[in-house]
Ligand binder design. Structure first.
Ligand code: 8GP
Length: 796
């Protein structure tokens, strides 16, 4: 697969050809959109050769294939990734320059593909990149949502959601595969015929495949992301149309499309729940059929399946894939239940991403049985078989009137993994305690990672250049080479360059914020950033309370020797999560008051940037000095933002939670600002009924900050607006904001002191970069390949 060297004029021709024949425009009249589409098509063409080669090789070698089933793929923009991975940056710049176009402007025209909510979806996207870079034959399976994660804007500081419409304009990366369609069913009956049990679904729907090539580093390998779209079996009822009922005539199509219309809806009502379960079955069942079809095209003996196929369930959302595969093997292909179960067990693995009880999926068995009657029976048989083998078991997949997807996934899976060392230990001690005792070898740990291509090389070109100048470019797909930077960190000239990169990144962010939001940030201040989904366990309210207390202290002594800070927040709250939305509003209200305060604004600025997404993260992370990773210990399964920040030379202020533990171990205690209770201390503390009141009584700063929430300081027009937040923290405080406040305050003052010594700070930041190489998702994927899948790279 030798890389063909193409001259830039060759690429220029390709670009012009697509502008003319794909977009139907001449350069004179083309808009940015037309140029972006032409460029994307020209880049996609270059991917296809590699893609076809990789697919051919995969068939020839007939090794084990990995299938990553995920309800979410938060991929973000694709054009720059493609250009960089194909090593075409200069060619593209030259070609665009020839037509008087600027590459950056064109790249910025691309909308984010936001087919995910947060961590789990972004992890899936990093994994796709790493699988291709490593050359592991793999396929991602998910849903082609027409509307991805909602757009967030603020009205009077409040979050307002609007639909995300990325597919309204053509998506240049995908190939529609109308010939790859599967008909799937819901509801209906289970019948018994000639000694066989068969499911006769009542409602039918089709899944149609759309493929996106995922090109790895230097174009050596490309895998496929296959997303399913809902289609009607019988799209249009001509009879109804002729009878004049136009709406009813198209109803089938409309109903079928709702299944892939939105990234999962809120599940607070029955209708919503039903749609979500349907989505889960829809994409899982279509993927299983596709996997079997591919397997059958090469093999006659179904017993070989576990040798050729590894299926990874990204959380429990695709858990129904297990019973569905079992149903096909047993009901349709006639294997005994035991043999079918053994095959399924040999193929399936499950990743758990959260211990929060409310996020562990459970379905009412009546709803489940109504939609998937045969699967409910199969789940009972799985339970029976498990009970037969382990009569002492205490947990089952179906109990208390519910179908428990976590237990089901555990019982069916060959390997179950957590996403950081601490999280894996806690899984063993808490949610899966009993099952772990029965299957002590089943749980393994695979600490998360992030792709260094997107999260360092592409998003931080200045740092990338400095690193490559220092140690060569081998680090991009072998990130642990970053340790070779360590000797340079003692070199004054090098450190100055390193500081220069950070200063330039901050300046770029300052310009962006000024342009897009009209706020002028102080580039000399420390950039302190917390970006992630809004959730009480992530404790954005701890951060803002500390900011309030700090502001009060500066006001008391405006001539003090303060370390200037800019506090930056971004993140979306689930539509129905009112408390999280109130925290957003509070932060916006605090920002309004504090930023206008002449006495303090040289020392403290606060800003909440709207519509957090992958692209915004790519702007913020390279500009960060301080990374806020302040979840209640035991609650954040891993975190991956924490890794991105460290890799880009931000210091962390954090608790010993999730992967923070491993980050601190690697970067060194001296280069990490630790605070807060440990996971077991959290559990102890919660048993004290008055933990919050005790903490408030012991810390006058905390008491005063809470008072400011109560007395309407931040909402004079509506003084009671934040009373409930203060009350919640005083009287319940499940996430122990108050109990950790004092130590957080102490850590933040240490941060202030450290920042006042720029050389020392830069050294600590650079050590974070040099020691974060282990957090590459390439390392994580190699771990899955070896410990879970038994898959091998097909790259020589
Ligand atoms: C997240 C975890 O919260 C985060 O700590 C971890 O880094 C990430 O997964 C990747 O492992 N969990 C989720 O995103 C999650 O549970 N999402 C729910 C929508 C199901």
């Amino acid at each position: 697969m030798a890389r063909k060297v193409r001259t830039s004029s060759e690429f220029r021709d390709a670009l012009l050809k697509h502008l003319t024949y794909t977009m139907g425009k001449d350069p004179e009249h083309a808009q940015f959109f037309d140029w972006r589409m032409a460029l994307s098509h020209a880049i996609r063409d270059r991917m296809v050769d590699h893609w076809v080669d990789s697919t051919r090789k995969t068939y020839e070698q007939d090794g084990k294939r990995v299938y990553y089933l995920s309800m979410e793929f938060l991929i973000g923009r694709l054009l720059e990734d493609g250009i960089v991975n194909l090593e075409m940056v200069e060619e593209v710049e030259d070609a665009l320059d020839h037509f008087g176009m600027d590459m950056r402007t064109i790249l910025n025209d691309e909308p984010d593909a936001a087919l995910g909510n947060g961590g789990l979806g972004r992890l899936a996207a990093c994994f796709l990149d790493s699988l291709s870079t490593i050359g592991c034959p793999a396929m991602g399976y998910g849903i082609r949502y027409e509307n991805g994660l909602f757009k967030q804007s603020f009205v009077d500081g409040r979050q307002v959601e609007s639909p995300e419409t990325w597919l309204q304009e053509p998506h240049p990366w995908e190939f529609e595969r109308p010939e790859v369609r599967f008909t799937l069913g819901f509801g209906g009956d289970v019948i018994y015929e000639n000694g066989k049990t068969l499911w006769r679904p009542a409602e039918l729907i089709q899944a149609e495949a759309f493929d996106t090539p995922i090109i790895g580093w230097k174009g050596k390998w490309a895998n496929t992301l296959r997303l399913w779209a809902g289609r009607a079996v019988d799209p249009f009822d001509l009879g109804l149309f002729n009878a004049g009922d136009f709406a009813a005539a198209a109803e089938h199509e409309a109903l079928a499309r709702t299944i892939s219309r939105v990234l999962y809806p809120e599940d607070s009502n029955e209708a919503g729940k039903e749609l979500r379960l349907k989505q889960e079955f829809f994409f899982s069942a279509a993927s299983i059929r596709d996997i079997l079809r591919r397997f059958d095209s090469q093999h006659d003996d179904i017993r070989l399946l576990p040798k050729k196929v590894a299926i990874q369930l990204n959380d429990t959302h695709p858990a129904i894939a297990g019973p569905e595969l079992l149903r096909i093997l047993h009901d349709e292909r006639g294997l005994s239940f035991e043999d079918a179960l053994e095959i399924v067990h040999g193929c399936m693995n499950y990743t758990n991403h959260t211990l929060l009880p409310e996020a562990l999926e459970r379905w009412d068995e009546r709803l489940f049985g109504r939609l998937l009657p045969r699967h409910l029976q199969i789940i009972d048989r799985i339970d029976d078989a498990h009970f037969k083998a382990h009569p002492q078991r205490t947990l089952s997949a179906r109990s208390d009137g519910q179908v428990k997807m976590g237990e089901l996934s555990f019982i069916v899976a060959n390997r179950v993994n957590g996403v950081s060392a601490l999280h894996t230990d806690l899984m063993k001690q808490t949610v899966f305690k009993e099952l772990h005792a029965l299957h002590p070898d089943r749980i393994v740990n695979e600490t998360n990672g992030v792709t260094p291509r997107r999260w360092l090389h592409n998003c931080n070109p200045g740092l990338s250049r400095l690193i490559t100048d220092t140690i060569g470019d081998g680090w991009v797909d072998d990130l642990e080479q970053l340790e070779k930077l360590e000797p340079s960190i003692r070199d004054k000239v090098w450190i100055e360059r390193f500081e220069g990169v950070k200063a330039a990144n901050k300046q770029a962010l300052v310009s962006y914020v000024a342009q897009t939001h009209g706020v002028k940030l102080n580039p000399a201040a420390m950039f302190d950033i917390q970006i992630k989904r809004m959730h009480e366990y992530k404790r954005q309210h701890l951060n803002i309370l500390e900011a309030i207390a700090h502001w009060q202290e500066i006001k008391d002594n405006p001539n003090g020797d303060w370390t200037p800070r800019v506090k930056i927040f971004a993140g979306k709250a689930a539509q129905g999560y009112h408390f999280a939305k109130d925290i957003i509003r509070l932060i916006n209200d605090v920002a309004k008051l504090v930023n206008a305060d002449h006495a303090t604004r040289d020392y403290l600025q606060v800003i909440f940037l709207p519509n957090y997404n992958v692209t915004l993260a790519e702007r913020l992370i390279p500009a960060a000095d301080l990374s806020e990773q302040i979840s209640t210990a035991g609650k954040e399964a891993s975190g991956t933002g924490n890794m991105k920040f460290a890799l880009n030379g931000a210091l962390t202020v954090g608790t010993l939670d999730g992967a923070n533990v491993e980050i601190r171990e690697r970067v060194g205690d001296d280069n990490f600002f630790l605070f807060g209770m440990l996971a077991d201390e959290v559990m102890q503390r919660r048993m004290m009924h008055d933990h919050a009141q005790q903490a408030i009584a012991a810390d006058p700063r905390l008491a005063r900050a809470l008072n400011a929430l109560r007395d309407g300081t931040f909402s004079p027009e509506d003084p009671g607006r934040y009373t409930h937040i203060a009350d919640n923290l005083t009287w319940s405080d499940y996430f122990l904001v108050c109990s950790d406040f004092t130590d957080y305050w102490r850590a933040q003052r240490e941060v202030d002191a450290a920042y006042r010594n720029p050389d020392k700070w830069a050294e600590m930041a650079a050590l974070n970069v040099a020691r974060s190489g282990w957090f590459s998702s390439d390392r994580t994927i190699r771990g899955y390949m070896c410990d879970i899948w038994g898959a091998e790279s097909l790259l020589a």
